[in-house]
Design a protein around this ligand. Sequence first.
Ligand SMILES: C[S@@+](CC[C@H](N)C(=O)[O-])C[C@H]1O[C@@H](n2cnc3c(N)ncnc32)[C@H](O)[C@@H]1O
Length: 378
Amino acid sequence: MNITLIATAKFGLETVVKQEVQALGFEEIVVSDGRIEFTATLADIPKANLWLRTADRVLLKIAEFPAHTFDDLFEQTKALPWEDWITQNGKFTVNAKTHKSALKSGRSCQSIVKKAVVERLKTAYQIDWFPETGVAFTIQLALVRNTALLTLDTSGVGLHKRGYREEAGKAPLKETFAAGLVQLSYWQPDRLLLDPMCGSGTILIEAAMLGRNIAPGLHRSFAAEGWPIVPAEAWVLARQEAQNAILPSGNLQLQGSDSDPTAIEIARSNATKAGVADDIQFQVKDVRKLWIDRKFGIVITNPPYGIRLAEYRELNSIYLALNKMFRKKDGWSVYVLTADQKFPSYFKRAKPNRVRKLYNGTIQTNYYQYYGRKPPNR
Ligand SMILES: C[S@@+](CC[C@H](N)C(=O)[O-])C[C@H]1O[C@@H](n2cnc3c(N)ncnc32)[C@H](O)[C@@H]1O
């Protein structure tokens, strides 16, 4: 049976998620704001969850219909075959968001949907009372411009939770977001990658996992793992395949530094938990004292934003150090994520080749991209 899955994505990362979906072999891909829809089978749910690096969640699309009133929402929700998905003893919650719609209260929509699903299941299973002792299901309602999208969340905890980061350090990037920064750059696994303000090491750990083809979800569980409709062997098979796909370490050139010794300690511990400790060299070093002798390489970094972490004067001296370090190194591509729009006036090698607007959580940031010369013989 064909189903439609939706990979949800942060603003600005839709293209990357689409490329990942394509690379996994899925077809009939439709991209809209924050959503990448594609056709799959139930047995593909494990693969999508295990492998998507930049998506926030994988949702199973149940239906999409216009809903201007509570009656519309109730009747159309009740008409759906929920019994095909939710078991008789299933425990289910509803999350609802509304945006630019006649029905404005998320909470009211939530109870309408819950009521409609209960009504449907009561008739389908011919019972009056639900024990809710079984597997958990989360129904999501997104009501946008009076169109209701009903989905079941197959991921559970957000996909950024890979399981390797118990300690986050200061102002860490979400793992999915860091994976997006790497994939938006021209870094390839045979190239040197440096993060001179690496904090808890998220960018480098994500690059290492990408470079060694380690499925980001290999060490965690997912909501749909308990669902009877997804064949249990599909999970076993997808995990086995992911395990067999891992490339050996020893071929990557990943370097991270930070002035804070605690951050480096955390980065090392996270890299160990992610199974990539041997792929990254970490050191405690102030970026203003860093010396680079290699002609070619790639920097991806997010300096402190100033508002939260460093005094502004210190921040300016960091920008000046980056400028000094890379002004004459045109073999280096430099990617800097910052909310500070003054950054380009300090980094004078050239104008950025591209500036992407991205949201790091709720903070609007720019991803400044300065392209360097390609190394010879590539
Ligand atoms: C926004 S955080 C980076 C977070 C990181 N991307 C992560 O995911 O954990 C900025 C980092 O810059 C470091 N930092 C601040 N001043 C520095 C300096 N002068 N030299 C090197 N690192 C510095 C801080 O210790 C902090 O870890």
